[in-house]
Design a binder for this molecule. Sequence first.
Ligand SMILES: Nc1ncnc2c1ncn2[C@@H]1O[C@H](COP(=O)(O)OP(=O)(O)OP(=O)(O)O)[C@@H](O)[C@H]1O
Ligand SMILES: [Mg+2]
Length: 230
Amino acid sequence: MNVIDLDDVWRIYAEGAEPVYALQGVNLTIKPGEYAAIVGTSGSGKSTLMNIIGCLDRPSKGTYLLNGIDIKNRSDDELATIRNKTVGFVFQQFNLLGSMSALKNVMLPLVYAGIPGKERKMRAELALKEVGLENRMHHRPNELSGGQQQRVAIARAIVNRPSILLADEPTGALDSTTAGEIMDLFGRLVVEGMTVIIVTHDPETAGRSNRIIKVRDGKILEDIVMGKVS
Ligand SMILES: Nc1ncnc2c1ncn2[C@@H]1O[C@H](COP(=O)(O)OP(=O)(O)OP(=O)(O)O)[C@@H](O)[C@H]1O
Ligand SMILES: [Mg+2]
């Protein structure tokens, strides 16, 4: 079964005077354990596509099956529950809380999930270990490098054990060496069975994934899987 299955998905922003056709009939399937990069120029629809994949937004038209579940038939509350269980998010600007230690930042999603205190700490420590930050757990974000802050954000995204990790420009604020390390870390999560989808402007970063999905004008222009073009 596909983890992600979009069939003729459209997203039309109709708030303004002129409607914006951000996605125009996207067909896309992603299997468990894929490591895919979405690329394309600014305004091509990458974030719109990620928001739909992550159930932060719904298609205006077309069908989206997440783990075989048609999200159209789900209420907003049901969708939020599905999202919290299934998807982890990572952003370009890390979005960490500056007043809290790395450990506390990573524990936060477990607070919302109602996990008891002791288990919260154990699981957060494990996630930080997984991203190689066991020696920085009690530092605050401003005491960490950009790459380290992104690792904290990744630990926070995986602490609930989601099956899908979505990252919109996760390396956009990092130098190329650090960006490579973050991509390698995603690669390890993929080996452990996670499905990872990133958005990037950088061809070198995209080249470290196993599949490159090129978007232009809200359509998929090209889809290259490990040297295979379709
Ligand atoms: N909430 C919104 N309301 C109206 N139009 C929007 C909204 N969000 C995005 N758009 C428009 O939809 C199109 C696609 O935007 P999107 O953010 O998906 O592009 P992107 O590929 O992520 O660009 P970037 O690389 O700059 O992040 C753009 O024309 C954008 O202006
Ligand atoms: Mg974007």
